[in-house]
Design a protein around this ligand. Structure first.
Ligand code: SF4
Length: 694
């Protein structure tokens, strides 16, 4: 700060890392950003922040930023810097040629949960209104797509039910497959404050995360399950609640479909779901499971928070539905202190899903097959919309290898690093005729690109992000885009190069179009956001100031739907060659594949990914703390150092995936959630052996 001088002005904006959505005051000296100060009036953070939002913004000025467009004929050729017009004309011509030769469904887009709502809306519109197909998907595919499916089926809408304030009235917190201290630090602080004030805590996680035992907080029950058995554990809890008569029958009769409940109750009463019957499978002692179920059902207001440890499984969607069943069974929906709350990983994963990024849904989670929904957008956009759902990311990649999908516009997403089975992703990208990467940096995916369009950072754009509590926060331009254009402008220029004729001059106009076409956003305007600071959707005539709590008088779906959630083991099995189970997660100072945080001083806190291994497993292999090891699976292998710790169970190893040199996804499998294709990152059979290093 001393070097940069005294701030002379400030701009309020929103952190671009996790789904908490903290508000910051960006303080500038002239055009020079001096510091980011957590904003005390931010409704999601109230003046608090973590080391990412507070310090890890230097990537925006990093020398690795690419500021001029580049093109090349073939991926073997060197990049050639060109003017924007030439790059866009080159990209448009290639995409047109592909469609002329292989049909309109041979190209598609991938939107980013890092970009604003307005940018995401335009990218899916590019696919639907310009390319003429529904080949649009988002990186939520690899994180919270099962939330969309599971909560949609049970409650009728894909969103967390509560605001963050709600936790202050919670009596029992159930955390499943989430590590809020590292993943959602500012919310974790609020959670811990409530726990210190007396709320009880149950944690379902194969690893002893910080929230299980930390200063002044200790879980009443830690259920350290075997990775891949979430459904069996939650079903066992539901079994105890139903067979011991602990359910909230009044709530179920008033609010849920009674016949579906009876069907579910008959299913869950079966002795195969009893904790004693599942103990050997899940590894969780039956007595602990019974005690946890009784506490959740009888301890007062019960709130469930979950993360990617729930969704990134072959039964991710089933687990989300099992969680929703548990909340309905105990009457924990529709009032403060209760609810089902997916902790969204990325700053705008909620918004990316809301904005129609999925290949089967238009904005507002409305199926593309519905003629009346298509008609709304056809009128607004002046085009005919393809009634056939498009391809999901894994389907795009498979089709590329087969030769039927040949062009991709990928905004703000490094699929080569973030998607499973790296070799398959590389083969798919290499098979395409036109890959357009729109990003801040020449990421790993760009190695296979023909066109590189420079992106703008969150400091350089106007727009909105929607956080994990459905809160729409303003993102405000702090400085001019270093590349010359905000991302929504680049998408518009690409659309126009293909003949679209779009003429937005500010993201507020895009939001006006979203509001006009999407009922849950009908009352959202930039003026209202200025007036209220932020609003939580649904925001419309019925709720002009937004909706902090969902499903208060009735579910979005009318009545709540109990779903039968049978446990089906993953096809990924341990065996003599691969006897350990690998699971993955994040660390506080770093973020996802590290594209941003690795380009900041935060790297000093976590310079490399480590493999956590139980002392027994390490000793059996002659491995000591800090040793290099080879981590191998049926898919591939990588090399990293070991941290010997009893935070993980014997038979389980754990690593983060922040550093490209580790390439943790080289070893992950291509198994995925049965309903949504969300990859099963959390269960990989592996072997670990000593190594001399990379
Ligand atoms: Fe940013 Fe999340 Fe940290 Fe808040 S908690 S500062 S939103 S990374």
């Amino acid at each position: 700060v001393a070097e940069l001088g005294t701030p002379t002005r400030s701009v309020i904006t929103t952190c671009a890392y996790c789904g908490v959505g903290c508000s910051f005051k960006a303080e500038l000296n002239g055009d020079q950003l001096v510091r980011m100060v957590p904003w005390k009036h931010g409704k999601a953070n109230r003046g608090h922040s973590c080391v990412k939002g507070r310090f890890a913004y230097g990537y925006a000025a990093h020398r690795d930023r690419i500021l001029r467009p580049m093109i090349r004929e073939r991926i073997e050729d060197p990049w050639r810097e060109v003017e924007w017009d030439e790059a866009l004309a080159f990209a448009a011509e290639r995409m047109r040629a592909i469609q002329a030769r292989h049909g309109r469904r041979s190209v598609g887009v991938i939107t980013s949960s890092r970009c604003t709502n307005e940018e995401t809306y335009l990218v899916q519109k590019l696919a639907r209104a310009v390319f003429g197909n529904n080949n649009t998907d988002t990186c939520a595919r690899v994180c919270h797509s099962p939330t969309g499916y599971g909560l949609g089926k049970t409650f009728g809408t894909s969103a967390g039910t509560q605001d963050f304030d709600s936790v202050e009235q919670t009596d029992v917190v159930l955390i499943i497959g989430a590590n809020p201290t590292d993943g959602h630090p500012v919310f974790a602080s609020r959670l811990k404050k409530r726990l210190r004030a007396g709320a009880r805590l149950i944690v379902v996680d194969p690893r002893r995360t910080d929230i299980v035992r930390s200063a002044h907080v200790e879980a009443d029950h830690h259920l350290p399950l075997r990775p891949g058995t979430n459904v069996a554990v939650i079903s066992a809890m539901a079994h105890v609640i139903v067979t011991e008569g602990l359910m909230d029958e009044g709530f179920i009769r008033d609010r849920c479909d009674w016949n579906e409940f009876l069907h579910f109750a008959e299913f869950i009463r079966d002795p195969r779901h009893a904790p004693e019957a599942t103990e050997a499978l899940t590894g969780v002692p039956a007595a602990d499971l019974r005690a946890a179920a009784r506490l959740f059902a009888t301890g007062g207001n019960g709130a469930i928070y979950y993360g990617l440890g729930v969704t990134e499984h072959s039964q991710g969607s089933t687990t989300v539905m099992a969680i929703a069943n548990l909340a309905m069974l105990t009457g924990n929906i529709g009032r403060p202190g209760v609810g089902v709350n997916p902790l969204r990983g990325q700053n705008n994963v909620q918004g990316a899903c809301d904005m129609g990024s999925f290949p089967h849904e238009l904005p507002g989670y409305r199926h593309v097959k519905l003629p009346d929904v298509r008609a709304i957008f056809e009128k607004a956009w002046g085009v005919e919309i393809d009634p056939e759902p498009g391809l999901r990311i894994p389907n795009m990649l498979d089709a590329a290898v087969e030769g039927t999908f040949r062009g991709l516009y990928c905004q703000g997403e490094d699929i080569l690093q973030s998607d499973p089975d790296t070799q398959h992703v590389a083969a798919a990208l290499a098979a395409m005729d036109c890959v357009i990467v729109h990003d801040l940096f020449l990421n790993e995916t760009a190695n296979y690109a023909h066109v590189f369009l420079p992106g703008s950072s969150f400091l350089e754009k106007d727009g909105t992000f929607t956080n994990a509590e459905r809160r729409i926060n303003r993102v405000r331009r702090v400085m001019a885009p270093r590349n010359g254009y905000e991302d929504w402008q680049v998408t518009q220029m690409l659309a126009n190069a293909m003949g679209a004729g779009w003429h937005y001059t500010h993201p507020s106009q895009i939001m006006a179009e979203i509001a006009a076409t999407t009922p849950s956003f009908a009352g959202v305007t930039y003026e209202r956001l200025e007036e209220l600071g932020s609003v939580q959707w649904p925001c419309n005539e019925d709720a002009p100031e937004g909706t902090p709590l969902m499903h208060v008088d009735g579910f979005q779906a009318g009545r709540g739907h109990f779903m039968v959630t049978e446990y089906v083991p993953t096809d990924e099995r341990t065996g003599p060659r691969f006897p350990l189970l690998l699971t993955t997660g994040r660390i506080l100072s770093q973020y996802n594949v590290g594209a941003q945080t690795r380009r900041t001083d935060n790297t000093a806190w976590h310079p490399e990914d480590l493999l956590e291994m139980h002392p027994h497993d390490a000793e059996n292999r002659g491995i000591a703390e800090g040793d290099w090891v080879r981590l191998a699976s049926r898919s591939g292998e990588t090399t990293l150092r070991v941290a010997v710790t009893d935070r993980v169970l014997p038979g389980v190893v754990y690593t983060t995936f922040h550093h490209p040199v580790t390439q943790a996804n080289v070893v992950t499998t291509d198994f995925s959630d049965w309903a949504t294709n969300c990859p099963e990152y959390k269960v990989t059979a592996v072997q670990v052996s000593p190594s001399n290093g990379p």
